[in-house]
Design a protein around this ligand. Structure first.
Ligand SMILES: *[C@@H]1O[C@H](CO)[C@@H](O)[C@H](O)[C@H]1NC(C)=O
Ligand SMILES: *[C@@H]1O[C@H](CO)[C@@H](O)[C@H](O)[C@H]1NC(C)=O
Ligand SMILES: *[C@@H]1O[C@H](CO)[C@@H](O)[C@H](O)[C@H]1NC(C)=O
Length: 458
């Protein structure tokens, strides 16, 4: 697994998006445009003002403008030359109800069974944070708070129904004074599936200010509103099978381009989705170019794990059409069998867009372009261009792997950087005011330090 290039280059976006595509010479896939979201170094307890306590003259913490030329000197943590975060993780025994969100109403759903499959991120992120050097056991000093829950899995296994999930979340949140202090703005939730935060029915009422980690940037299917908000939420990579992402020999190894039987493939269920149905039809028309069988979820036509990856590696391009929702695990899996992903899901959002140049590792076409012209276009791409994209993909794919923090590059690293950018000085903006001398006060001009708990839920 390659390691990411640590060199950060500030990239002003002065190129037009189209000429950017042609910057093939640019070797740096990983550039940083960490925009400062944070002017001050430390946020103390949410019910306590960092400003009051903070040594404001500490030079590395503040945004400064030099007297002479007016040049900006960004604070260390603002740009992200280093990760420096304190995350509190709620303990399952600390809050009544949290255990049900983790193991179901009877406590019988095992985390080990939930860690597998495309929704395993809900467990993996929790486990990685528990081991993280950025974990703090003191709420007073936490920048952020992590609320663990494996509800996607628990729900699939019948451990809780939608109504219970909703009620349990509300019960859990109402026992968290720190959640109230911030209006939930410094609390982190993982929702690993296409439904996003909709898994918690009343999410909009209770956690609409919280930081939501989800692979899904858009939920238009079956729902009127998207739960994703680009200002505060974070797109995370899907969970690729451990057998494919581990160091050493993987479950299935990539094939040389010349040995691949197909130009393109799509291996997934149709789920009655227009784009996917068109692909199956197209495969019937062009069986030598496109492999796209009508797969079933169960029974003999379901591919085993090994079979699936063996088929996936047998094409130069792996098509990733929209399903129930816009994100698709196939996009991430492509990098491990080394086919070039072709995104055919218009609303799809991708993780770490500030540091990854997706134009160098994938192709995205309007989903309306599914047809013979799609295959003609893909066939016209020279092998050397394909090899180049694959090589770039090989460099960044470590960012899709939920590896331990000791790895220099991992999904968790990317997520931690994103989280660092989310730390804010103020918590409940609409209820936060400040005076000439830096005192933070509430609407009644009571100093922040004297705010009384509990504050009302947002
Ligand atoms: C979720 O639970 C809360 C608290 O019990 C309740 O007020 C709310 O109506 C529920 N939401 C839905 C959509 O059922
Ligand atoms: C969050 O919910 C509150 C209460 O329902 C509502 O007043 C507010 O507008 C919502 N905020 C966002 C960003 O949706
Ligand atoms: C700031 O000013 C207010 C109002 O004059 C005063 O009540 C408060 O104690 C002052 N705070 C500090 C930290 O000096």
């Amino acid at each position: 697994m390659g390691s990411i290039n640590n060199k950060r280059i500030f990239t002003p976006y002065h190129h037009s998006p189209c000429t950017r595509t042609h910057q093939i010479g640019a070797l740096l896939l990983v550039t940083a445009t960490f925009i400062l979201t944070r002017l001050f170094d430390q946020t103390l307890s949410p019910c306590y003002s960092s400003l009051l306590d903070h040594d404001r003259s500490s030079p590395e913490n503040l945004l400064r403008i030099s007297d002479s030329g007016g040049s900006l000197s960004w604070p260390q943590r603002g740009y992200g030359s280093q990760l420096s975060l304190k995350i509190y993780i709620y303990d399952e025994n600390e809050i009544d109800g949290l255990k049900s969100l983790l193991y179901g109403r009877d406590g019988t759903i095992s985390a080990d069974s939930c860690v597998k499959g495309q929704w395993g991120t809900q467990v993996k992120i929790h486990r990685l944070l528990l081991q993280s050097r950025f974990r703090t056991r003191k709420k007073e000093e936490a920048d952020l708070f992590f609320v663990p829950a494996y509800v996607k899995c628990v729900r699939m296994m019948g451990g809780l129904n939608d109504k219970e999930i909703n009620q349990t979340y509300v019960k859990v949140l109402s026992q968290m004074p720190y959640f109230r202090c911030s209006g939930g703005r410094d609390h982190i939730f993982v929702f690993p599936s296409g439904a996003g935060a909709h898994l918690f029915r009343s999410w909009a009422r209770y956690i609409n200010r919280s930081i939501i980690l989800t692979p899904e940037g858009d939920r238009t299917d079956k729902r009127g509103t998207s739960a994703f908000n680009t200002w505060k939420d974070i797109i995370i990579p899907g969970n690729v099978d451990d057998g494919m992402t581990k160091h050493g020999p993987t479950l299935v190894q990539p094939l040389p381009l010349s040995k691949r039987k197909y130009l393109a493939n799509y291996l997934g269920r149709a789920q009655g989705k227009a784009g996917r149905l068109r692909l199956i039809e197209l495969a019937n028309q062009y069986p030598d170019k496109l492999e796209s069988p009508d797969l079933k979820f169960k029974g003999s036509e379901k591919l085993g794990r090994m079979d699936y990856f063996q088929h996936l590696r047998n094409a130069k391009f792996c098509l990733a059409p929209r399903g129930e929702s816009s994100w698709t695990l196939r996009f991430y899996e492509s990098f491990f069998v080394e086919c070039v992903p072709v995104i055919l899901s218009d609303e799809a959002e991708f993780p770490f867009q500030n540091v990854i140049d997706y134009t160098q590792i994938s192709i995205k076409l309007p989903s309306t372009h599914i047809g013979p012209q799609l295959l003609d276009y893909l066939a016209s791409i020279p092998d050397e261009d394909i090899e180049r994209m694959i090589a770039h993909g090989r460099q960044i794919r470590c960012l899709w792997v939920y590896a331990p923090e000791s790895e220099p590059c991992s999904a968790m690293q990317g997520i931690l950087w994103e989280l660092q950018r989310k730390v804010r000085q103020f918590h409940l903006s609409a209820e936060t005011f400040w005076l000439h001398n830096g005192s933070i006060v509430n609407r009644d001009l009571v100093e922040f330090t004297n705010w009384k708990l509990p504050l009302p839920l947002p």
